[in-house]
Every structure is written in structure tokens, then in C-alpha cells.
Design a protein around this ligand. Structure first.
Ligand code: NAP
Ligand code: ZN
Length: 370
């Protein structure tokens, strides 16, 4: 007697051996069906290749804390079933008739975005993430043609318009490149926008997937970098990653030594925390940018900003031109993510470890294990 899953798999294998194009219509994947149930094998239907589409067979997919926030509906906006994953690298297997930028066999990547209007001021400026009609995210998004939800990289393959596909260098280890598609660009973009560089005192708050990329990137840009972490055991790693200083945020004396010290703080923390505590570490005219998205809203009294003319800002991933710039910058400067490669079946355990901060410093799924 076959289980349902075995039946689906045998149907899938039959189709795969019949025609390659149908193979891509049906896709093996891992999905969450509710906020309280684990991710499990699922089969999804991908759209037919459009004239501008690039089809990628996924080799590695990074595991972002946003995947976990979405799978567990932390932000109250999840549509189930959900297939997370927006740190996607792989090889092009087919291209639509009008595609000019890619050919079969190329290495390619897809990050958090798969579409946008491409006509509004933000899109024209290469800020597709702020598309005034709403960017289409790689998962938990709505296709612009009304054909349904988008599904992410915990799957065999994915297709997107060539304008949303990135070129990947073959100079760097591919598993270390995957996290650049979200953790890399989410930290690179604000560091560039606020002109982080030589002579600036920069604090990186939270040493996780985003935080470890932020340390590497800010150091490479010439800033003086301090790791602000609530985990004492991460001190040696912070130094190995290039941080010039480590401050344990639970140690009063250490925090006092950097009060009023930083020009710029990048906050990558995923859990609820007091922004005011860290705003006090900024010097006059300093800026704190949050990229971490804790589920609960925060309260910031105006006094904490007006004394010292401080700025509190946010930043969302990065647009396509800047994402390509970041990938090229990382290839030129030999920067990749520190990863722990896992098998697809271990994703639920990986989520539990992510919540405990037990990852050095990004899980990446080997999609051959799907
Ligand atoms: P992660 O790997 O889990 O890292 C989060 C880090 O936050 C932890 O390593 C830990 O660092 C710190 N932290 C966790 N709990 C804490 C607590 N209770 N108090 C203080 N610090 C705590 O997560 P990630 O993948 O880097 O993602 C971080 C956040 O960014 C998530 O909320 C994610 O959704 C968001 N995100 C935003 C964007 C965007 O475009 N803005 C893009 C991607 C991700 P220490 O142990 O060093 O303190
Ligand atoms: Zn992400």
C-alpha cells in the first residue's frame, strides 16, 4: 500500500521521464500548511515559461529568518501553503524566446523579488523593492497577471522575468553566494546609502545571518566596526569576521564605554528589543537603521531623537541593479557567507536552531537532497 506522498512522487517521476518541459510544470518542494505545523514535502505547479522568463534549476537555497517569520505567520500576513526561500542560486535550464541576458548553462540567482511594474519612478531608479504598485516577492506574493501565489526556493526550480535574475560569478563557492541574495543585499544597501566608509564608527547589532554579512561588508568598506551582541560566545567569531571591537550588550560597563560613540548602527535583530537602548549609543547626528523585523511594534519617545539630532530609519533588501553591484563587489573582494549546508529534510530542526541563535552563520539547503 503506497502512502499519498509515495504516489505523488511516483507520478512526478513518471512525468519527469516523459518530458522535460512538464517536469518544470510540476515541482517538488517543501511547504508549511499552517503556522503550527512543520514544513513537509509538497508538489507545486510552476507556470509555463513566458517569452522573457529564465528557468533555473536550484542548486542551493539559503535559510533567512524571514522564512521562519513567514512560515509561522509572525507578521500575520502568510497565505498557506507557503514555500519559503529567497536566497536562490542555480543553473539556467531554459530561457524564453525573448531572453537576451541569459542562456542555458549559465549560473544565475534569484533573491527576494520576482516582478514589479517596471514603470513607476522607483522601478525606473532601480528601486524595484519600493515599486509603487507593490513589488512581487519570491514567495507569499501575488503574480501580477493574477495567476496566483508565488512560491520560493525550497523547490526544484523557479522561473522569473530576466530583469529579476542575477548573474553569479563562478569564482566563489556557490553555497556561500546563496545568502548574498538576501542577507548580502539587505546589509550592503544601507551601508552604501548612508555612505559607510573610512573614518566612520559603525555598530552592527546582532550577529546572525544578516549581521555577519554586515560585519564583513562594513569592514571591507573601511569603517571601524563594532559588533554589538547579546551572546558572549560570539566574541571570537566577530573578531574572525573582521570586527575591530566586541561589545556584549548585557554587560553594563561594556555598553557604557560605547554610549554616544557611533556614527551609524545597523540593527539586524529578529526578536523584540528596546530601540531606545541602542539609540543612546549614537553620537550627535548619528543614524540607526533597522533591517531586522521583530513581530511587535516599538515605542520611541521623540526626546530620544531630538537630543543629538539622531535619525532612526529602515531599509528593505535592495533593487536589482544594486543587488548585481553587490554580487560583483563580493566576487571582486572575495566575500561570501559562512554557511552550514543542510539537507532539505532537516529544515524544521534548522528553524529551531535559528531561534536559539545556533547557526554559524547561515543555513543553506543543498537542493539535491530534495
Ligand atoms: P538570524 O540569523 O536569526 O539573526 C538574528 C540575530 O538577532 C541573532 O543572531 C542574535 O544575535 C540577535 N537576537 C536574536 N534574539 C535576540 C534577542 N532576544 N535580543 C537581542 N538580540 C537577539 O536572523 P537573520 O536571518 O539575520 O534576520 C534578521 C532579521 O532581519 C529578521 O527579523 C528578518 O526577518 C529580517 N530581514 C529583513 C530584511 C529587510 O529587507 N529589511 C531582509 C532579510 C531579513 P546576537 O546573538 O549576536 O545578539
Ligand atoms: Zn531574507
Amino acid at each position: 500500500m503506497c502512502s499519498f506522498e509515495e504516489e505523488v512522487n511516483s507520478l512526478y517521476n513518471y512525468i519527469f521521464t516523459q518530458t522535460k518541459s512538464t517536469f518544470y510544470a510540476f515541482n517538488k518542494a517543501y511547504a508549511a500548511h499552517s503556522a503550527t505545523t512543520p514544513l513537509e514535502p509538497w508538489t507545486l505547479a510552476r507556470r509555463e515559461l513566458k517569452p522573457h522568463d529564465v528557468q533555473i534549476e536550484i542548486i542551493y537555497c539559503g535559510v533567512c529568518h524571514s522564512d521562519l517569520h513567514f512560515a509561522r505567520n509572525d507578521w500575520g500576513m502568510t497565505v498557506y501553503p507557503i514555500v519559503p526561500g529567497h536566497e536562490i542560486v542555480g543553473r539556467v535550464t531554459a530561457v524564453g524566446t525573448h531572453v537576451k541576458k541569459f542562456k542555458a548553462g549559465d549560473l544565475a540567482g534569484i533573491g527576494c523579488l520576482v516582478d514589479s511594474c517596471q514603470e513607476c519612478d522607483n522601478c525606473k531608479e532601480g528601486l524595484e523593492q519600493y515599486c509603487s504598485e507593490g513589488a512581487v516577492f519570491s514567495y507569499n506574493g501575488q503574480e501580477r497577471d493574477g495567476s496566483g501565489n508565488t512560491y520560493g526556493g525550497y523547490s526544484k526550480s523557479i522561473s522569473a522575468h530576466e530583469n529579476f535574475v542575477l548573474h553569479i560569478s563562478d569564482k566563489l563557492p556557490l553555497q556561500g553566494v546563496a545568502p548574498l541574495l538576501c542577507a548580502g543585499i539587505t546589509t550592503y544597501s544601507p551601508l552604501r546609502h548612508w555612505k559607510v566608509g573610512k573614518g566612520m564608527r559603525v555598530g552592527i547589532l546582532g550577529l546572525g545571518g544578516l549581521g555577519h554579512m554586515a560585519v564583513k561588508l562594513a569592514v571591507s568598506m573601511g569603517a571601524e566596526v563594532t559588533m554589538l551582541s547579546h551572546s558572549a560566545w560570539k566574541k571570537a567569531d566577530a573578531e574572525r569576521l573582521g570586527a575591530h571591537q566586541f561589545v556584549l550588550t548585557t554587560d553594563e560597563a561594556q555598553v557604557k564605554s560605547v554610549t554616544g560613540y557611533f556614527d551609524f548602527i545597523l540593527d539586524t535583530v529578529s526578536a523584540e528589543h528596546d530601540y531606545n537602548f541602542y539609540l543612546a549609543l549614537l553620537r550627535t547626528n548619528g543614524t540607526m537603521v533597522c533591517v531586522g523585523v521583530p513581530p511587535a511594534p516599538a515605542v520611541i519617545p521623540a526626546f530620544n531623537l531630538i537630543f543629538g539630532r539622531k535619525s532612526f530609519a529602515g531599509s528593505l533588501i535592495g533593487g536589482l541593479p544594486e543587488t548585481q553591484e553587490m554580487l560583483d563587489y563580493c566576487a571582486a573582494n572575495n566575500i561570501v557567507s559562512d554557511v552550514e549546508v543542510i539537507a532539505m529534510k532537516d529544515i524544521n530542526e534548522a528553524y529551531e536552531r535559528l531561534l536559539k541563535g545556533d547557526v554559524k552563520y547561515r543555513f543553506v539547503i543543498d537542493m539535491a537532497t530534495l
